[in-house]
Design a protein around this ligand. Structure first.
Ligand code: ADP
Length: 399
């Protein structure tokens, strides 16, 4: 019987999943999908690797669907879809591994308890990641589950890159910079090594620009700095998150305007970023299609902030050999890539506009002093690779 693994990325209102079969030389996609509208009108859609819809299911509006029921259904579907294959484990994206968990780990009671304690550091993600693990344990207690951490790729940061200028005691209790989107950067770093080993050995900024957005400074493929720190709020402007903000603004809201902590949280995570500045949408596609000057201003601020943060990371790296764009906006929005590169022209970046518009993998001119690449990310595949290397240690490591 051949073997397969499933990967889950569980958020507050949606769950992404992907199946992979183990082949001789690595993993082969065997289908992927998403459940959206959890808590309102759940809708599951799964596709074959060629994009054809393999299954679609809707639950009634307001269906009181427990996590256990949902994952019970999902596991049932996966097993049906993978008839004749043994599912050897389920891997999860877990946003926060804190200071102790920096390698993929098999889930047990002690790990779950330790990860629960980190939930306040990632309130929008961690509880949902852990709820998915618990729900699967309830319906399939013998199925091994593996937690893969978004903070792990940044674990080797030098002490300076992890510090806020706050009293030491706070740092020691975990109030420090961690960095996120690590599974995405890990994947991009490995792909870059395959595609362009010379560049991968150099100084590279990877830009994960999705609904969440961050930059990662990589030296010889290893993360040395990140625009994101303690929570997924720091750094770049995002779809609905503010990015770096003068902490005095929060004091002003709390002390002068009497805004509650919960309202501040909602403001910073859900009502800021592209949505807050444009007043139209947090979705880049809507803003690019809009003629409203506020949409244009939001895009300008988004790219200005990327260039500004990139300048800081160039300083950490001591120069720059390449930029890699990834995730929804990075992979699909040539206008945004062009605006960012224009702002970074002082570094010697010269974009090949036709290649950029044509979504080529390499989009700089031959005269450019800095390489500019687009690498589609694949966090689910990264989870699958980590999981296989952990669960099947005697097998030759897959990359
Ligand atoms: P998530 O962080 O939820 O995984 P994604 O990586 O899917 O997010 O990125 C979502 C963002 O990508 C949205 O702002 C969306 O508008 C943007 N995006 C997706 N496709 C395109 C496109 N063709 N052109 C411009 N932006 C796009």
């Amino acid at each position: 019987m051949s073997q397969a693994v499933a990967c889950i990325n569980a958020g507050s209102s949606s769950i992404k999943f992907a199946l992979f079969m183990l082949g001789k030389d690595g993993v082969e996609p065997a289908g992927a999908g998403k459940i959206e509208g959890i808590g309102t009108a759940p809708h599951l859609i799964a596709r074959e690797p060629d994009g054809r819809i393999s299954t679609e299911r809707r639950w009634p509006q307001g269906a009181a669907l427990s996590h256990e029921a949902l994952f019970g259904d999902l596991l049932g579907w996966m097993r049906e879809h993978l008839t004749g294959q043994e599912v050897i484990g389920i891997g999860h994206r877990v946003v926060h591994g804190g200071t102790h968990f920096f390698a993929p780990a098999i889930v047990d009671d002690a790990l779950l308890e330790a990860l629960d304690a980190l939930s306040p550091l990632a309130p929008l993600h961690q509880p949902h990641n852990l709820a998915a693990i618990r729900a699967i344990r309830a319906v399939a207690p013998d199925l091994p589950q593996v937690a893969c951490f978004d903070t792990a790729f940044h674990h080797g940061h030098a002490d300076l890159a992890t510090r806020f200028a706050l009293p030491r005691a706070l740092h020691d209790e975990g109030v420090r910079r961690y960095g996120f989107h690590g599974l995405s950067y890990d994947y991009v770093s490995r792909r870059l090594r395959e595609l362009d080993p010379g560049l991968a050995a150099g100084r590279v900024i990877a830009a994960h620009l999705g609904n969440g957005a961050s930059l990662c400074a990589m030296l010889a493929g290893t993360s040395v700095d990140s625009s994101m720190g303690f929570t997924a709020l720091e750094g770049l402007m995002m779809g609905t998150r503010c990015g770096t903000l003068d902490p005095g603004v929060i004091l002003y809201l709390l002390q002068q305007k009497g805004v509650s902590a919960a309202e501040v949280e909602d403001l910073l995570y859900h009502r800021s970023g592209l949505l807050g500045v444009s007043g139209i949408s947090g979705d880049m596609r809507d803003l690019l299609a809009s003629a409203d000057p506020h949409a244009r201003e939001a895009i300008d601020l988004f790219t200005w902030r990327i260039a500004r943060e990139a300048g800081a990371l160039v300083s950490t790296l001591g120069g720059l050999d390449g930029i890699v764009f990834t995730a929804g906006i990075g992979e699909n929005a040539p206008q945004v890539r062009a605006l960012v590169c224009e702002r970074l022209a002082w570094l010697g970046i010269e974009l090949d506009h036709a290649a950029n518009r044509g979504h080529a993998p390499l989009i700089n001119t031959s005269a450019s002093r800095v390489a500019v690449r687009v690498i589609p990310t694949d966090e689910e595949r990264m989870i699958a690779l980590h999981m296989i290397n952990l669960l099947l240690p005697t097998r030759e490591e897959v990359a």
